[in-house]
Design a protein around this ligand. Sequence first.
Ligand code: UD1
Length: 342
Amino acid sequence: MSKVIVTGGAGYLGSHTVVELASAGYEPVLVDDLRNSEARVLDGLATLLGRRPRLHEVDCADRAALDRVFEREGAVAGVVHFAADKAVGESVADPLKYYANNIGSLVAMAQVMQAHGVRHLVFSSSCTVYGQPARLPVDETAPDNNAMSPYGFTKVAGERMLRDMVVGDPAWRVVLLRYFNPIGAHQSALIGELPLGVPNNLVPFATQVAAGLRERLTVHGDDYGTPDGSCIRDYIHVVDLARAHVRALQWLGPAPAGTCETFNLGTGRGSSVLEVVRGLEAITGRPLPHIIGPRRPGDVPEVYADAGKAARVLGWKAERTLQEALADAWRWQQALAARGRD
Ligand code: UD1
């Protein structure tokens, strides 16, 4: 069984990817210091996998500790590197935290991989690198240096570093995955997103409102030049996203040395904030309390993916609809409430 190290494996995207890797026959090993996740994710993973996955509680920016992980694990087929901070507002207030952690952990990981002869890497990037694209849907050839926050620039810089690394040492094989807006949860409701504190993102905030944990949702602006005036995003089910990582690793296996390819991961379909609100109302059968507020600084009006390259090259396509993703997000929120967590 091929062993794959998943950094940030106890996080939202990481935990779903661990499940999909295991069901594809890989042995996922988690590296996560749990700074932004909870150990109870491992209980959910244990139930889904039928065994507790191994977790190294290690800060990925700690090179010596990472080195010990690789020593202990022996043969490792590849790494999926999720571990990063991702709150846009916080990155504006504390950019050094973001550069130190997001870039620091990537540099440390790449160095340790190199030292141990592990050269297959899948990197978590974001559509944030495009800013507001001139043409929609946006494909991978669009200008990708247009992030609007320090968080976004850690992704731009991370991608750049990895491309340079592969040029300098073509023994590497790297895939850069640009996520659009991952939402939803595993259908079992055993794992899902566990935002600490007040969620920044639309769907976790909205499901908390639907559950009565928050008074109302503020829609950040309805005066954009979009059909209903609210922002448009490409919401992708987290399980579809997780499966793309499995495909990326499988594809990297026989790929020629020196491969460094970038893929958009989205559905290709844009949905507005107000459509998400109506979608959730349809699922819960109740109105979702919301008001229209001012625009949120740094928001782009409209972005959705051309995910054709991932379909052509990886043979991957998002299969789940927005409604399925919202239904799974809602089921997860209810499961959390049943377990007494807000
Ligand atoms: C954000 C980040 C993005 C990051 C992603 C994952 C910004 C500008 N972008 O994406 O870089 O990769 O999170 O963490 O922050 N909305 C509301 N009310 C709310 C919350 C959100 O109306 O309470 C709206 C936003 O204005 C936006 C849409 O919902 O139009 C989606 O927002 P969000 O879920 O935060 O994702 P992004 O901003 O697209």
